[in-house]
Design a protein around this ligand. Structure first.
Ligand SMILES: Cc1cc2nc3c(=O)[nH]c(=O)nc-3n(C[C@H](O)[C@H](O)[C@H](O)COP(=O)(O)OP(=O)(O)OC[C@H]3O[C@@H](n4cnc5c(N)ncnc54)[C@H](O)[C@@H]3O)c2cc1C
Length: 417
């Protein structure tokens, strides 16, 4: 039986980052995954969905020739294959051994691995780290039907429906609403909580809902889907407030639950629970390997930005105004709008704002939220400020003119004159 220093189960962003961290420390490293390297991020998440969003943007903005759905879907899946191959060769270069198969049991220092077409075998290691990700939650009231999909099913749709209901107004639901609407699908988005993106600053969800409504996406918030029935020609979806929606397909995007890991093993990434973001998964994996090696591991999870790549984009980092007040931290909040930004006007993307939350006493930036053009890139400047405890001055004079970042700079509240 092969014996390693560390055996990592899962080769998504967390497993791959753990393997990088382990091989850098010269540990004999094995990675076991039941699919090619890349995980949810590469095969059915960040990478292919962003490719679809880019194709959708080409349709919205009238790029010629505009990609049709089949072209967009093929491109998204090809990108997944491309990035998976890149991850596989990086893993090979690092010297880690890769085993394609499912970890079907683990105890003590052993893991049993079952490849698809071969008998199972055991691997053994001094340390075992699980990076097995999360699985989509499927609400119990949904019937078994080929008309009901999760994100992976949506990515692989052979053709577009005429009407779709999206259950859940979180990041995944909002990104797919943006994609389907740009491809001309009549799109209904239903969120049980009072506003879209309920886990972040309320202003962001409200602004996004307004922008979606202007694009023709029908958004219902503060109401739950209570019943879904399949008939001969489609689905009949009934919400708690009595609204009846007829649709061809339903995309369930109500969240993802960590894959449970028994046996008291160390866990990182989405499987560890709290946050489901690729950079968070990587950082938690680095910290797990450092801890295994007995090193101090400062894990700065709070300064990792969270983005929704819908149109318009939404990005946040650190504390929201509500979070800060809930923790009893006195804050100063600044806000600026893209309608006053010359670059935004030039590209015709003037919806949205930037908001910066700073500590009232010290002036340090605690968090930021941006809805609007370039949000997912500009947020990095706020993340640097949050991570390093910088004040508003750090955001002044660093953005070119005219640029989207100027709105972030304008929002940063001055501590003193
Ligand atoms: C539609 C969608 C869009 C997303 N977009 C973004 C985005 O834009 N930005 C962002 O930061 N995050 C995004 N995410 C979240 C991101 O994909 C995850 O946070 C990230 O992939 C978590 O990495 P991980 O390594 O913890 O888990 P995963 O990427 O899920 O990897 C876990 C791997 O372990 C394998 N595995 C599980 N059990 C076993 C077993 N028993 N044996 C062997 N292998 C096993 C799985 O097959 C999988 O390959 C998105 C997610 C979805 C669903």
């Amino acid at each position: 039986m092969e014996k390693f220093d560390i055996l990592i189960v899962g080769a998504g962003p967390a497993g791959l980052a753990a393997a990088r961290a382990a091989t850098r420390r010269k540990l004999r490293t094995a990675v076991v995954s039941r699919e090619a390297p890349g995980g949810t991020c590469v095969h059915r998440g960040c990478v292919p969905v962003k490719s679809l969003l880019a194709s959708a943007a080409a349709r919205r903005t009238g790029v010629v020739p505009a990609p049709d759905w089949q072209t967009a879907r093929t491109r998204a899946l090809e990108m997944a294959v491309h990035f998976s191959r890149g991850a596989a060769s990086e893993l090979a270069r690092s010297g880690a051994a890769f085993f394609l198969g499912e970890a079907v049991g683990a105890a003590g220092d052993r893991v049993r691995v079952k490849p698809v077409d071969a008998p199972s075998f055991e691997l053994s290691a001094r340390h075992i780290l699980f990076a097995v990700g999360a699985q989509p939650v499927r609400p119990g009231f949904l019937p078994e039907s080929s008309r009901i999909l999760d994100a992976e099913g949506a990515l692989r749709l052979p053709s577009l429906p005429r009407r779709i209901v999206i259950l859940g107004g979180g990041a995944v639901g909002c990104e797919f609403a943006s994609v389907f609407s740009d491809f001309g699908v009549e799109t209904f988005l239903v969120e049980r909580e009072a506003h879209l993106l309920p886990e972040i600053d309320r202003d962001c969800g409200v602004t996004l809902a307004g922008a979606f409504a202007r694009r023709g996406i029908r958004v219902a918030t503060g109401t739950a889907v209570e019943e879904v029935r399949e008939g001969a020609d489609g689905l009949r979806v009934v919400t708690a407030d009595g609204c009846v929606i007829e649709a061809d397909l339903l995309l369930s995007a109500v969240g993802r639950r960590p894959v449970p890991v028994d046996g008291g093993f160390r866990v990182c990434g989405d499987a560890a629970g709290s946050v489901q973001l690729a950079p968070w998964a990587e950082a938690s994996a680095e910290a797990a390997v450092a801890a295994i090696c007995g090193e101090d591991s400062a894990f700065e999870g709070d300064a990792i930005p969270a983005c929704v790549f819908s149109h318009p984009e939404v990005a946040t980092v650190g504390l929201s105004e509500t979070d800060a007040r809930a923790r009893g931290i006195p804050v100063r909040v600044g806000k600026a709008y893209f309608r006053a930004n010359a670059r935004a006007a030039a590209v015709g993307e003037t919806v949205g704002f930037a908001k910066v939350v700073a500590d009232y006493v010290t002036g340090r930036i605690l968090g930021a939220a941006i809805v609007g053009p370039g949000a997912s890139d500009v947020i990095a400047a706020a993340a640097i400020a949050v991570r390093n405890g910088l004040g508003a001055d750090a955001l002044k004079g660093v953005f070119p003119h005219p640029s989207f970042g100027e709105t972030l700079s304008a929002a940063a509240p001055q501590h003193s004159l």
